[in-house]
Design a protein around this ligand. Structure first.
Ligand SMILES: NC(=O)c1ccc[n+]([C@@H]2O[C@H](COP(=O)([O-])OP(=O)(O)OC[C@H]3O[C@@H](n4cnc5c(N)ncnc54)[C@H](O)[C@@H]3O)[C@@H](O)[C@H]2O)c1
Length: 359
């Protein structure tokens, strides 16, 4: 297809509000409807991005809509995504794909049969630094990958818990509507990133979950997982929504990458200089136990805003360009099904107290 793309938003809540600006600012994109069961949220979105505000999901399936953007609670992904695909729409679906593997596989099966652009929104792929990291790995700048770590924690869970205890529960407190607690919501980002940068797959997992500070939520507010990759490398992946902080570290035989709180990047490698989109390393060796190692260099790197339409990596812009040019979406639904399979294996390990194979 060429020319303009007409869009319907389904779910105009917290996350959607961050990226509506992309749809407003692309002059070849036209928002025709903003749909939300909460009419006030739909109205606010329509004020920013245009289109009518309605509570009626059927508006997304009308003949005037090319592409549907689903940003609703996880348990609604299956019915809404499958209906949109079956109506012949292009679709961008929020992560995680669904609450259960059966629902996720049903969406993937519908996507497989579709000739349209159907994909998953993975917000971290907006970030040039994540693409630089993949390049560092693929050119061998870090050497052989040995260990990856990610910790992704925020205190939203404590807020949702308090609200639930005051009589205002949200979908995030319900295991049925969310699919779990903090791990399903937060870990999918890094499961996806670690497999994507390394080309390896998670083969076996061990997990632990707790609910320490969120009595108003059914799911866990702390989860710790060890992922064994089929390459032999190991991953430690921690998530929480009763503490704050984020860290991404990758260690290889030649160097290391460490990024803290979306701000501080520290790089070291004995492989010489690296020049990426945002990461720069000029090289230099320092004596160390076991032989000289790369000198550590630090810099500040901030992620782009979700609404930064000038960012060619922006995943909404990239999806819309794929629709216009008849290409597949940047991130497939099938890859998100695999992320969910890893999440479910971690939950199974936490429940059974045993390591669980990911098939
Ligand atoms: N980094 C990320 O990419 C990121 C971050 C947060 C959330 N998310 C995902 O985005 C999705 C939405 O999360 P959120 O934080 O925006 O939640 P939210 O609760 O803030 O917003 C959800 C919206 O959906 C609306 N809604 C509920 N039922 C509906 C229905 N039947 N039809 C239409 N609208 C309906 C609600 O009224 C609400 O406005 C979830 O799948 C979540 O996992 C992704």
């Amino acid at each position: 297809m060429s020319g303009s793309v007409s869009v319907s938003f389904v779910g105009c809540g917290g996350m959607a509000a961050h990226y509506l600006g992309v749809y407003r600012d692309l002059d070849w994109v036209r928002v025709v409807s903003c749909i939300d069961t909460d009419l006030e949220s739909a109205r606010k979105a329509a004020e920013v991005a245009g289109g009518i505000a309605t509570q009626d999901f059927a508006a997304a399936l009308g003949g005037d809509v090319d592409a549907v953007i689903v940003s609703t609670p996880n348990w609604l992904h299956r019915p809404q995504a499958v209906a949109a695909i079956q109506a012949g729409k292009h679709l961008l679906l929020q992560k995680p794909v669904a609450t259960t593997l059966a629902d996720a596989e049903a969406i993937a099966a519908a996507a497989e049969r579709s000739t349209r652009t159907v994909g998953l929104y993975m917000s971290y792929f907006d970030q040039p630094l994540v693409h630089d990291l993949r390049d560092m790995v693929s050119v061998g700048w870090l050497g052989d990958l040995v260990h990856c770590y990610a910790g992704l924690m925020h205190k939203g869970g404590m807020m949702w818990s308090e609200e639930a205890l005051k009589g205002h529960p949200t979908w995030r407190g319900s295991i049925e509507e969310t699919g779990g607690g903090c791990f399903i919501q937060l870990a999918v980002h890094y499961i996806h990133i670690f497999e994507w940068i390394s080309g390896a797959k998670v083969a076996r997992v061990t997990g632990f979950t707790r609910n320490l500070h969120c009595p108003g939520l059914e799911g866990e507010d702390l989860a710790v997982a060890v992922l064994e990759m089929d390459s032999g490398a190991m991953v430690t992946l921690d998530t929480a929504w009763c503490a704050n902080g984020e860290e991404l570290s990758v260690h290889g035989t030649l160097g290391r990458f460490n990024y803290r709180n979306n701000q501080r990047l520290a790089l070291a490698s004995s492989a010489g200089p690296f020049e990426g989109r945002v990461a720069r390393y000029t090289g230099g060796l320092t004596p160390a136990f076991g032989g000289p190692q790369g000198e550590e260099q630090q810099m500040e790197v901030r992620p782009p805003a979700f609404s930064d339409v000038a960012n060619p990596l922006n995943q909404h812009r990239a999806f819309l360009e794929a629709v216009r040019e008849g290409r597949p979406a940047p991130v497939s639904i099938a890859s998100g099904v695999h992320d969910l399979r890893v999440v479910r294996a971690v939950y199974e390990s936490a429940r059974s107290g045993r390591a669980v194979e990911v098939c």
